[in-house]
Ligand binder design. Structure first.
Ligand code: C2E
Ligand code: MG
Ligand code: MG
Length: 745
């Protein structure tokens, strides 16, 4: 065709120019496509051109359009309704010289565009068809030709290349952007990032890591991680690192410590991932290092605190030695061990002689100092496998897991005695201490910790009583039968469970029948044995140290009740029975004072009853405690008077307010003239000393009247009322007050 020849040279130069322009447009794909569309239209002398790209396989997206194509088409349309479907399907250009008659043409669309002829060439990326380049022409006479198709094929090749380049560039730019983003992250991350080579030296480290460790990247490049990781974490880290770079694992995590340049320790959570090179060979370890020092510290603090709590729960705060709880546990543990080896073990209870005197004369601080020193001397005197425990007050417990025999035990006891004899200097005073030691042996004396402790305790009191330095538990001594010992354990529990209750027995003024005071009498509401009376358990408590807490329990409860009565408008004083050990206990007055303060009860409302025999046992020592109690302002009464043959001279020296004539004399007054005489002379004696005289065990009206005639002040006994629970007593009092005290009496 002539037109073709006319234009060939010109076309070629236009195509070359287009190529140049495409290169000049750089990587802006939109510009390139628009350029190609314009040149396609111009070079072929068409009336419109457009570039369509395929999206998602079934949609055509017009990316550039010129001439009559610029307005006729929707930007996106389904591939199925377009002639491009054929070019794309075959990957071959299509020339349609008469569009109105061609079945491949969408005639509706064609009417809008108004074309007569059309060329559609596919665009490629590699072998893949990615779109089409179309030109269309309206003219009836001059249709698009084969020559135009070839031109367009060249242009489409150029466009294809440009699109591919642009895509490649875009991908590269994406990578660059991603890299830049990574760089920002890397530089700005609060987490440390470290890239390590196979030798463990840093290839790269981010600022966060530099700050965390105090080394610069170049300094890190000179070191391997082994030089700044904590020694104890290194072995594990080393194995993981070798596995990673050996390609045996892709990642690992661990918690490890690093040494900062300044020597401080940094706890870190480390996440490492393997980075492979282009050939897929392990190349680097990329590690993210998170500083978790603060968290670790907090955890450490928590753990330390809970260890401390546990330690406190199991140790005596004064000496730091195991307490009773831990002592018991250790014994149980040792028993299990001894059971297996069928060996023995010894439990020793030790009480310092005259400690209370030191404590009292030099003060508590001196006492504490002394106990601490004794504790450390005991620990030093024993073997590492032995246990020294402080059980309270001046009581220590010792556990010797495997004494090789009695000689061995005696040697240990000798060492203990020696260690205490060396003077302990407290407040410039050299004090030599002595101890009483009781010994119980597993399995001979008991099969559990409680029993062994109790029996060692019993043996210790025996030692004290015999003024012997130590005593072995003697199962043949009648007093220490097993039933009594289980009773001790039971009693302890009963106090905790508050099974021990107080009943109250009123005392009446004989002159007018007025009830101003009551005696608190202990009752044990035993879960299996029913109500137990004091005679069945007080003696056992007296033999062991238990009477101390037991008496405090009673005083506490009596004062609580007294306070309750006072709050209800009932003015009653209450008396509590004491035991021998209470009067030897120099701490006791202070404890009573504390309870009075606690319950805010006037000391005059509390009376303490002491049996005559108790006071006689150790006159000089008991006097000290009695004086202190008296100084508190409370009343003191001598119970069961007449049974102990007190000397008048001695009684005079004691701070006593009242004597209670023993009920054995009172009860037999009706039949025994002798007893009447004793009661009469006791009343006279008491009155002469300026004391109140109380008769206990008054069971009948006759005796009541007789006592009144003899000048006795107060009477107590079944005739008035039996001991009853507090509520019952209140009811009884109310009824009686309603009737008038005297009438009731
Ligand atoms: P006690 O201090 O001489 O107490 C009086 C005892 O005589 C009480 O016995 C009481 O129930 C009983 N009794 C009162 N009136 C009569 C009566 O008209 N006829 C007869 N036959 N008996 C009467 P209970 O309660 O069995 O107490 C016995 C002893 O136990 C008390 O003798 C006291 O020494 C001791 N005791 C009681 N409670 C305690 C306590 O809390 N601590 C201490 N250490 N000992 C206590
Ligand atoms: Mg009494
Ligand atoms: Mg009595």
């Amino acid at each position: 065709m002539p037109g073709d020849n006319r234009h060939s040279a010109e076309r070629l130069s236009l195509i070359v120019e287009t190529q140049r322009d495409i290169a000049g447009a750089g990587h802006d794909l939109a510009t390139v496509m628009q350029l190609v569309a314009e040149r396609s239209q111009a070079i072929t002398g068409a009336d419109g051109a457009m570039v369509n790209l395929l999206e998602g396989g079934d949609t055509l997206h017009t990316r550039a359009a010129t001439g009559i194509a610029a307005t006729a088409f929707d930007a996106k349309r389904p591939l199925s309704g377009s002639v491009a479907k054929y070019a794309i399907g075959d990957g071959q250009p299509i020339l349609i010289e008469d569009t109105p008659s061609d079945p491949r043409i969408n005639q509706e669309l064609r009417a809008k565009v108004g074309d007569r002829s059309l060329i559609c060439v596919p665009l490629f990326r590699g072998a893949e068809v990615i779109g089409t380049l179309n030109v269309m022409k309206k003219s009836e006479e001059e249709r698009l030709t084969e020559n135009d198709r070839r031109t367009l094929e060249m242009l489409s090749m150029m466009l294809s290349a440009a699109v591919s380049h642009a895509a490649e560039f875009e991908a590269r730019r994406g990578q660059a952007e991603a890299f830049a983003r990574f760089r920002t992250l890397f530089e700005g991350a609060s987490i440390g990032i470290l890239r390590l080579g196979p030798d463990g030296r840093a290839v790269e480290a981010n600022p966060a890591l530099e700050e965390m460790l105090g080394y610069t990247t170049s300094e890190l490049a000179d070191k391997t991680f082994r030089e700044y990781m904590h020694q104890e974490d290194l072995e594990r880290a080393e194995v993981l690192f070798r596995d990673l770079l050996g390609g045996r694992r892709d990642s690992f995590q661990l918690e490890a410590r690093y040494s900062r340049r300044d020597g401080a320790l940094v706890w870190a959570h480390v996440r490492a991932a393997l980075e492979r090179d282009g050939d897929g060979q392990p190349a680097f370890a990329v590690t993210m290092i998170e500083d978790i020092t603060a968290r670790k510290r907090a955890e450490e603090e928590l753990r330390r605190q809970s260890e401390l709590n546990e330690h406190q729960a199991l140790h005596d705060p004064l000496t730091g030695l195991p307490n009773r709880l831990l002592f018991g546990e250790r014994i149980e543990h040792a028993i299990t061990h001894a059971e297996r080896r069928s060996s023995r073990l010894a439990v020793l209870m030790m009480d310092l002689n005259r400690f209370k005197e030191v404590n009292d004369s030099l003060g508590h601080q001196a006492g504490d100092e002394l106990l601490r020193e004794v504790g450390s001397r005991l620990s030093a005197a024993l073997r590492g496998s032995d246990t020294v425990a402080r059980l309270g007050g001046d009581e220590f417990g010792l556990l010797l897991p495997e004494p090789s025999g009695a000689d061995d035990l005696l040697a240990v006891i000798e060492r203990i005695r020696e260690s205490l004899e060396r003077p302990i200097v407290v407040q410039d005073l050299p004090l030599a201490m002595e101890a009483s030691i009781g010994i119980a042996i597993y399995p001979d004396d008991g099969h559990n910790a409680d029993l062994l402790i109790q029996r060692a305790d019993v043996a210790m009191y025996a030692a004290k009583q015999e003024s012997a330095p130590f005593c072995f538990y003697d199962p043949n001594a009648d007093d220490y039968d097993p039933a009594r010992l289980t009773l001790v354990a039971e009693l302890r529990r009963a106090m905790e469970e508050r099974e021990l209750v107080l009943w109250y027995q009123p005392k009446a003024v004989l002159e007018n029948g007025e009830v101003r005071s009551v005696e608190a009498l202990l009752r044990w509401q035993h879960p299996h044995q029913g109500m137990l009376y004091p005679d069945s358990f007080i003696p056992v408590a007296q033999e062991t140290g238990l009477i101390r807490p037991l008496t405090l329990y009673v005083v506490d409860e009596a004062l609580r009740q007294c306070r309750e009565w006072r709050d209800e408008g009932l003015d009653l004083s209450v008396s509590v029975n004491l035991s021998m050990r209470n009067l030897l206990d120099l701490e006791f007055p202070g404890q009573v004072a504390g309870l009075l303060r606690q319950w805010e009860v006037d000391a005059r409302l509390l009376e303490l009853e002491i049996t005559e025999s108790t006071m006689l046992a150790n006159p000089s020592r008991t006097k000290h405690v009695l004086d202190e109690l008296h100084a508190l302002g409370l009343r003191l009464s001598i119970d069961d008077f007449g049974t102990g043959y007190s000397s008048l001279a001695y009684l005079r020296r004691l701070p006593i307010d009242e004597i209670k004539i023993d009920r054995s004399f009172v009860m037999s007054m009706a039949d025994e003239a002798d007893d009447v005489a004793i009661v009469r002379s006791t009343i006279d004696l008491g009155r002469n000393l300026g004391l109140d005289v109380v008769a206990e065990g008054v069971e009948t009206r006759e005796i009541w009247d007789q006592l009144r005639e003899l000048g006795c002040n107060v009477a107590q006994g079944y005739y008035l009322s039996r001991p009853v629970p507090a509520v019952k007593l209140q009811e009884w009092l109310e009824k009686r007050r309603g009737a008038g005290d005297e009438a009731a009496a």
